[in-house]
Design a protein around this ligand. Structure first.
Ligand code: H2B
Length: 93
């Protein structure tokens, strides 16, 4: 299992990402699109990389806005897997 990251490690890794914030034991971002179809298309693009990594974001869709939360459930907090998936997600935009 991936080890939990320390608070210092989390802050350092957050600084390498754009628009992700710490939210309790998760990292979160909100991505906005030009409409509902574009938001859904983005969510569909996440499916394959999430399956390939065996690491799945929590998603909430509100019209043109997708809220994405990442944590490593098995570990009970944040691990490198979450930051790797955040980087992957940002690369899809
Ligand atoms: N996704 C996330 N975000 N955290 C996990 O701990 C996790 C997961 N565990 N996807 C995976 C599935 C695990 O349950 C399976 C067995 O790989």
């Amino acid at each position: 299992m991936s080890p939990l990251l320390s608070a210092v490690e989390i802050q350092a890794k957050l600084q390498t990402l754009d628009d992700w914030q710490l939210d309790g034991k998760m990292i979160q971002t909100v991505k906005k699109f030009d409409g509902f179809p574009s938001a859904i298309a983005f969510v569909n693009k996440l499916v394959e990389p999430a399956e390939a990594a065996g690491h799945h974001p929590d998603l909430a869709i509100s019209y043109n806005q997708v809220t994405i939360n990442l944590s490593t459930h098995d570990a009970g907090g944040l691990t490198q897997k979450d930051f790797d998936m955040a980087t992957t997600i940002d690369g899809l935009l």
